[in-house]
Design a protein around this ligand. Sequence first.
Ligand SMILES: NC(=O)c1ccc[n+]([C@@H]2O[C@H](COP(=O)([O-])OP(=O)(O)OC[C@H]3O[C@@H](n4cnc5c(N)ncnc54)[C@H](OP(=O)(O)O)[C@@H]3O)[C@@H](O)[C@H]2O)c1
Length: 267
Amino acid sequence: MPDLSPSPHRTTALVTGASMGIGLELARQIAMHGHNLILVARHRETLETVSKTLEAQHGVSATVMVADLSDPNAPAALFDEVRNSAIHIDFLINNAGFGLGGEFSDTDGNRELDMIQVNIAALTHLTKLFLPGMLERRAGGIMQVASTAAFQPGPLMAVYYATKAYVLSFSQALSEELRGTGVTVTALCPGPTATNFADTARMSNSRLFVHAGLASASDVARYGYAAMMRGKRIAIPSIRDRVMVQVVRLAPRAMVTRIVKAIQQNR
Ligand SMILES: NC(=O)c1ccc[n+]([C@@H]2O[C@H](COP(=O)([O-])OP(=O)(O)OC[C@H]3O[C@@H](n4cnc5c(N)ncnc54)[C@H](OP(=O)(O)O)[C@@H]3O)[C@@H](O)[C@H]2O)c1
């Protein structure tokens, strides 16, 4: 039976949205490489199952902390819970997030405000809270899960694309501010990936998700983990998406925006 108590000799990563999808696979990568974990999401039972599996398979400690990051008080409460458990966070993985498809004039405004809270405010707040400890220790890694959506406007998912543009811009600026401190920031920018994301966003029938080329969450996580450990600023897992991002940079913005709208429509 492995010793599962948090070891002072191991580093610890806090992963938000660790119960499924990309966050679960990032947690798996982190555990595989021998780091302890704090697993965060809303559903305790799912997190407990993930925790037991990762502890048994990789001999690390995986502590469950339940938080609804659409609650503006959640980041401070989570920070206090971590501090009270006397664990310090070496890696912060801000992965929790969701989207919502549809014309902005028809979508549920409360859901979009929750999205801004989770995708932007909670990510910023957690970074604010955990960064000072990393700077004191002159070591740490922060991964902000953005998206290829960050690189252009996204009609029919307008608020989601805008949240990811924020995440990318914030990550790049912070990364430059932290140069030479021992703390790095990586913006992970996956393209369409096979997770629950499209269902949650009501985008499962959009052309964007109805094609054979969806990435697997485990491939995205493997690439993201390696990029974070190298301190890479922007990590785009797929070669096709790396090319697309360069094309988008050079193409007229209005044209790109029209194309994105066509791709996001239903089949
Ligand atoms: N899949 C894609 O195509 C894709 C592409 C680019 C970027 N991304 C980004 O990747 C990240 C992960 O998405 P995914 O594809 O893995 O989606 P997913 O399978 O739906 O997983 C989302 C995770 O976030 C958690 N979560 C959702 N709302 C939360 C809240 N209010 N508070 C705390 N945790 C919450 C969920 O757990 P609970 O339900 O238990 O809370 C779950 O663990 C997101 O930031 C997303 O924008 C996804």
